[in-house]
Design a protein around this ligand. Structure first.
Ligand code: GUN
Ligand code: ZN
Length: 435
């Protein structure tokens, strides 16, 4: 058995914070100890107590004065879009057609997919992200590369082979039968292997015919425990085109509802421009709206009403994500900085406790995985991030006047990026300097 004892300031959420003053919503241990046995959190508390319990041969790593938190979680990004980032386009549909679809065609080559998979996981680790939910490309080769690399690094990852059978280049199209068969094959090959989770992944209604949506519905019925991910209500032109393609549906959300795709394991990327009816339908089924702030700003898609959706009488469950490569940073810290600014523009406040809750326990709850990730609870996976709020000269200077934990968290969110990630642990193994 490998046993590791970490020392540092520990921070973990118990539940969503009600306000910035809600110190009951989290556990903060100023001189904390965290004991890891075979990749699982075996003891957690005050350092002196944990040290007394630890076996003598435990290897000890002192991260003081840094913060040790649950690893960050990214609930929506695109593995084949690492070389799409920073593509200059007027809007979503132009960006997809001009840059994104041609780039994804390259993932038919497994050598290319494997090369990008290595970089993909390197970037996640560098940015302190230990679990992510990704779209692969339409090609099974891309899903194979994605899950093989996750297995090699023993990371808890969710992902899916994209299903798309129209309105894209020939090299990116499957058929209803192929999408169904290959998704089944990806599930058989990878779901439950290591810490892998396969998600049913119709790209969005524009690129799936009604026949393919039927095939997706069949998969959702056959595999009710799997996550489902797709895109919803991101851009006004997209919404208009989608509703023209499905004239019988009441609205965009209703298209997915008609195929049985709304439920507590369904992740809808963006969901910016929902009507009250659509928000009600999301709320009633427990579906999740995944906020992708850097992408929404970069593509000019709109301002996601995070606070308004979460305080409704029928609240909508929310996740947060980078949406690489529509998004512009792999960092969940940068992501929450932009989320904060979007709420500012809407006249709302997103406090730093909210932000760190969303990046950890909130996203774990959005994935129905809070029993495994997103906290420092006993018996959960030892996926951790170690954050240094004085990582750059400018941050260190500001830290001289920081007095409270929320102030420190806000500084990290406002100025931090991968430089603030001192270490990333995956199932108890320090990964920032490679496997
Ligand atoms: N809608 C359908 N596909 C995509 C994609 O790859 N990125 C974004 N941002 N929106 C989409
Ligand atoms: Zn996306």
């Amino acid at each position: 058995m490998t046993t590791t004892l970490l020392r540092g300031r520990l921070l973990s959420f118990r539940r969503a914070p009600l306000s910035l003053a809600d110190s009951e919503s989290y556990i903060y241990e100023t001189d904390g100890g965290l004991l890891i046995e075979d990749g699982i959190i075996a003891a957690v508390g005050a350092y002196d107590d944990i040290k007394a319990k630890a076996p003598e041969d435990a290897s000890e790593i002192d991260h003081r004065p840094h913060l040790i938190m649950p690893g960050l979680i990214d609930t929506h990004l695109h593995f084949p879009q690492m070389q799409v980032i920073a593509s200059y386009a007027a809007n979503l549909l132009e960006w997809l057609n001009t840059y994104t679809f041609p780039e994804e065609c390259r993932f038919v080559e497994s050598a290319h997919a494997q090369r990008i998979a290595t970089h993909f996981y390197d970037e996640l680790i560098r940015h302190g992200t230990t679990t992510a939910v990704a779209y692969c490309s339409v090609h099974k080769t891309s899903a194979d590369a994605y899950f093989a690399e996750a297995l090699r690094r023993n990371m808890r990852m969710v992902g899916g082979k994209v299903m798309m059978d129209r309105n894209a280049p020939q090299g990116l199209l499957d058929t209803p039968q192929m999408g169904y068969d290959e998704t089944r094959q990806v599930i058989a090959d990878w779901h439950g292997k290591g810490r892998n989770h396969v998600a049913i992944t119709p790209r969005f209604a524009i690129t799936s015919t009604p026949a393919q949506m039927e095939a997706t519905a069949a998969l959702a019925r056959e595999f009710p425990d799997l996550h489902i991910q797709t895109h919803l209500s991101e851009n006004h032109d997209e919404i208009k085109f989608t509703c023209e393609l499905y004239p019988e549906a009441t609205d965009y959300t209703d298209i997915y509802a008609r195929y049985g795709l709304l439920g507590p394991k369904s992740l809808f990327g963006h969901a910016i421009h929902l009507s009250e009816r659509e928000a009600d339908a999301m709320s009633e089924t427990g579906a999740i709206a995944v906020h992708c702030p850097t992408s929404n700003l970069f593509l000019g898609s709109g301002l996601f009403p995070l606070k308004a959706l979460s305080r409704r009488e029928k609240p909508v469950r929310i996740g947060v994500a980078t949406d690489i490569g529509g998004g512009s940073s792999y960092s969940m810290l940068r992501t929450m900085d932009e989320a904060y600014k979007i709420q500012q523009l809407l006249g709302e406040r997103l406090n730093p406790l909210d932000s760190y809750y969303y990046m950890t326990l909130g996203n774990a709850e959005a994935l129905s995985l809070a029993d495994k990730i997103g906290t420092l609870e006993l018996g959960t996976d030892a996926d951790l991030v170690v954050l240094n709020a004085a990582a750059t000269p400018a941050m260190a200077l500001k830290m001289e006047v920081v007095k409270t934990l929320p102030e420190e968290l806000f500084l990290l969110q406002t100025m931090g990026d991968d430089r603030a990630v001192a270490e990333t642990y995956v199932a108890g193994v320090a990964m920032k300097n490679g496997l």
